[in-house]
Design a protein. Structure first.
Length: 454
């Protein structure tokens, strides 16, 4: 079946109205959860084949987060679907006002390769909760995960409701030529711009979850040892192939040497017993070669080694002193950590604000004054104080970028809101009809209008 025919089928299915019912949405959320649990080992195997992810990392960053999100939606969906009453102004008495969240319709979900399970199913959960149909396009760079996603979807959903289109650039282009009611895209900034351009032709609403260079600031009051441990965790998770990974470190000059020492100690502690057995690989040769070219051997203070045969780049620290270097002007998306010293926190603020707004920012400090200053004066999607990455695991907060790092938010209730339209309804009662709004207008009516509307 070609893509146009599939979308036509989904539109016909959506118009029937089955997806509007709470029972329908709940049943399909439960089916998705049960199938993921049933295929957990198959998912882990696919993640290992595509990215060399360990069973532990696969569950922690992909399967577990998806299950947690589904359970959160199952628990809260009925509440989210209820009409939300709002106050009505006295000028419209007698009336009631409420907001009804209606489905957007036929949704396109385009997922990337770096978290090929998480970033397919997390938005799909919102699409199902919101009462939509969905066409899913997994990344061709993670073929084993793409295949398992297709198998899971086809085993529980009819294609008129949720369908998977596999393939590469050709399929992406065909999908973007079609008219959807909503597009949810996760990926690079360059492709995000293309998606936005294509969507604009049909005035299709979009959410873009992109990336960029997420900074980490280490201020002199920080718990340095713990900072090193948590930054190392955030940088090497998925071999650095994480859109919210700490991209580079800005550190107070007085503590730079000690931080480097602690960071190296933790990398050795993490891997000395298994010789990087549980360390993921870079997704393909193209990305491997791109990252290798970012390593300036003269600036390497730890690491710098790699295995071309296995597509593994080992954790590396670079002491950088040039803000104009290539590594400081390109999203790394790998386990290389550039460290730049500063003398005054204002230097960090000035530098960060001179660049496109990042998806995340991490600040390590025990100073509430510094914390408030960075939060107020630096613009970014979201982040952590004294940790990395973990803000995205709280489904009671939205996740998303700002500016070049993205448009819109999802996770938890924000996912339900992302895939629905808040339709505003005012219900007027017939037992009283105030005459002041009707012609003919006169001075008395003018005074009444001014009394009620101000």
């Amino acid at each position: 079946m070609n893509i146009s025919d599939l979308i036509k089928l989904q539109k016909e299915f959506f118009i029937k109205g089955d997806t509007l019912e709470y029972s329908f949405r709940l049943k399909n959320l439960v089916s998705l959860r049960n199938e993921i649990l049933k295929r957990e080992k198959d998912i882990e195997e696919a993640l290992y084949k595509d990215l060399r992810k360990s069973s532990f990392e696969s569950y922690m960053t992909e399967i577990g987060l998806v299950l947690e999100e589904i359970n959160y939606h199952i628990k809260n969906l009925k509440k989210w679907m209820k009409k939300k009453k709002v106050r009505t102004s006295i000028s419209q008495f007698p009336a009631r006002s409420y907001i009804y969240h209606e489905p957007l319709g036929i949704c396109l979900i385009m997922a990337p390769w770096n978290y090929p399970i998480n970033l397919v199913f997390m938005p799909l959960i919102g699409a199902i909760s919101g009462g939509n149909t969905a066409v899913i396009k997994p990344s061709a760079y993670a073929p084993n995960c793409s295949n398992i996603v297709r198998e899971i979807i086809e085993s529980i959903f009819c294609k008129e409701y949720v369908a998977v289109i596999e393939g590469g650039r050709k399929e992406n282009e065909k999908l973007l030529e079609e008219k959807f009611d909503f597009i949810f895209f996760t990926g690079s900034i360059s492709v995000g711009k293309l998606v936005m351009e294509k969507a604009s032709k049909n005035l299709t609403p979009i959410i873009l979850e992109l990336g960029g260079k997420s900074p980490t600031i280490i201020e002199k009051t920080a718990d340095l040892k713990l900072a090193a441990k948590r930054i190392a965790f955030g940088k090497i998770l998925n071999a650095g192939q994480t859109c919210v990974a700490p991209d580079y470190v800005l550190i107070d000059k007085s503590i730079c040497q000690l931080f480097t020492k602690y960071y190296v100690e933790y990398i050795k502690e993490f891997f000395e017993n298994d010789d990087y057995k549980n360390f993921p690989k870079i997704i393909n040769k193209k990305h491997f070669n791109r990252i290798i070219k970012l390593i300036d051997s003269e600036k390497v203070v730890f690491g710098g080694e790699y295995s071309e045969e296995n597509l593994i780049i080992y954790p590396t620290i670079i002491h950088e002193n040039d803000f104009n270097s290539r590594i400081m002007n390109e999203e790394i998306f790998g386990p290389i950590l550039p460290i730049i010293e500063y003398e005054d926190i204002e230097e960090c603020i000035e530098y960060i604000n001179s660049k496109p707004r990042p998806l995340a920012l991490y600040l390590f400090t025990n100073s509430s004054e510094i914390e408030e200053k960075i939060i107020k004066r630096c613009s970014y999607g979201g982040g952590c104080i004294n940790d990395t990455l973990v803000h995205i695991t709280n489904n009671k907060m939205g996740f998303g970028g700002i500016g070049e790092s993205g448009i819109g938010q999802y996770h938890g209730e924000k996912s339900f809101e992302a895939f629905t339209h808040p339709k505003a309804i005012m219900k007027k009662f017939n037992w009283l009809d105030l005459p002041m709004r009707y012609h003919p207008y006169n001075e008395k009516k003018s005074k009444l209008v001014r009394f009620f509307i101000k």
